[in-house]
Design a protein around this ligand. Sequence first.
Ligand SMILES: Cc1cc2nc3c(=O)[nH]c(=O)nc-3n(C[C@H](O)[C@H](O)[C@H](O)COP(=O)(O)OP(=O)(O)OC[C@H]3O[C@@H](n4cnc5c(N)ncnc54)[C@H](O)[C@@H]3O)c2cc1C
Length: 367
Amino acid sequence: MSGEILGADGMPINSNLNELTGVNGYHPDSKNGASEAHGIDDGIRDIIILGSGPAGLTAAIYAARANLNPLVLEGPQPGGQLTITTDVENFPGFEDPIEGPELMEAMRKQAIRVGTDVKQDWVSEVDLSHRPFTLRSHEGNTYHAKTLIISTGASAKWLGLPSEAALANRGVSACATCDGFFYRGKDVIVIGGGDTAVEEALYLTRLCNSVTLIHRRDSLRASKIMADRAMQNEKMRFIWDSVVEEILDVSKGEVTGVRIRNLKNAQVSEVPAAGVFIAIGHQPNTSLFKGQLDLDDNGYICVTNGMRTGIPGVFAAGDVHDTVYRQAITAAGMGCMAAMDAIRFLEAEEATHHHAAPSFAPVLVTT
Ligand SMILES: Cc1cc2nc3c(=O)[nH]c(=O)nc-3n(C[C@H](O)[C@H](O)[C@H](O)COP(=O)(O)OP(=O)(O)OC[C@H]3O[C@@H](n4cnc5c(N)ncnc54)[C@H](O)[C@@H]3O)c2cc1C
C-alpha cells in the first residue's frame, strides 16, 4: 500500500477520492466562486493551476490579484495534505495552533475572494506539446491554458496497517518537522532506513528523550555521512531486521508503542513509545506528466530559473518538485514564485506580440 495516504477510516485516500472532501471536516462549499464541472470547455484561460494545497492556492491568490482570473482544479484531495492533519503550529500568522483543514479553507476563501475560480475536478490527461495546453479531466471536461502551474503535491508513503490509520494524528505522523515539537522529552520511534528516516530521526533527537529507529534491513541505506551521524548520536537506538506488525494501542486511542517482528528469527516483541514517525519516503503526484516534462529519478518535476519547467509556460510549485523542505510555508512560497513567473511570462509574450503586430497607422504617401 505504499504511495497511498490512508484516511481516518483506514481506506487508502487515493482509492476513496470522492470521500476526501470530508476528511477531517474539510468540506469546501461549492458556492461562492467555486463550481462543479461537467463536460465543459470554457475557452482559453491565461492560467490554470492544478492542485489546491498551499502551493496552488497561493499561486491563485497572486494570479487573481494580477487580474488573470485563474482557474484552480482542486484535485482529488481538495485543500491538499494539510486537510489530513490537526494542529499546525508552524505556519506564520497564527498565534495559536490552527487546524489544517481550517487553514486550507481560509486560503481557499481568500483565493476566491480575490477572483479565482475553483472547480471540484482533476486532470487525468495533459497535452503539453503545443500551446494553448490541453487538459482533460476526470469529470470528462476539457480545459485550455496559456500557462499552467502544476502543484499536484506528493503523498507520504505509509505502512498500510489499519492501526496506523486509526492512530494518524494521535501519535502517528509522517513529518518530524511538523509534529516533533509535540513529543518533547518523550520516547519516539522512526520507521525507515534511508536518508529521510535518518534526517527525521536526527531532527527528533533535538527534542525527544530517545529516538529508536526500526529498519527492515541490517544496515542503513542512508548516505554514509548521515548514517555515521546517527550512529554516533547518544539519543539514537537501532532495531535491525524488523518490521512493524501493529502500532499500539488503538483501544486507548493513542500511541503507546509498536509490536515488531524480527525477520531473521521471527521473534515478536513490543517497543514502548509516545510517537511513531513513518519515514519510508514520498511519492510525487506526477504520473500524468511522464514523457512530457523532465522528472528526476524519483518522479519529482525538475525546475530551473525560478519555477520554470523545461516547457515554456509550464511551471511547478510545492511538494511536486520539492524533495527537501516539504512544508506548507515553502509550498506557499513556491506557489507565489510560480505565479509571478507565469505573470511575467504572459506579460513578456504580450509585449512581443504587440511589438511584432503590423502597424495600421495611416501612412502619408507623397508623389
Ligand atoms: C499528516 C501531515 C501533516 C503535516 N503537517 C504539517 C505542518 O504542521 N506544517 C507544515 O508546514 N507542513 C505540514 N505537512 C506538509 C504539508 O502538508 C505539505 O508540505 C504541503 O501541503 C505541500 O503543499 P502542496 O500545495 O505542494 O501540495 P499538497 O498539499 O500535497 O496538495 C496537492 C494538491 O494537488 C491536487 N492534485 C493531485 N493530483 C491532481 C490532478 N491530477 N489534477 C488536479 N489536482 C491534483 C490535490 O487534490 C491537492 O489539492 C504535513 C503533511 C502531512 C501529510
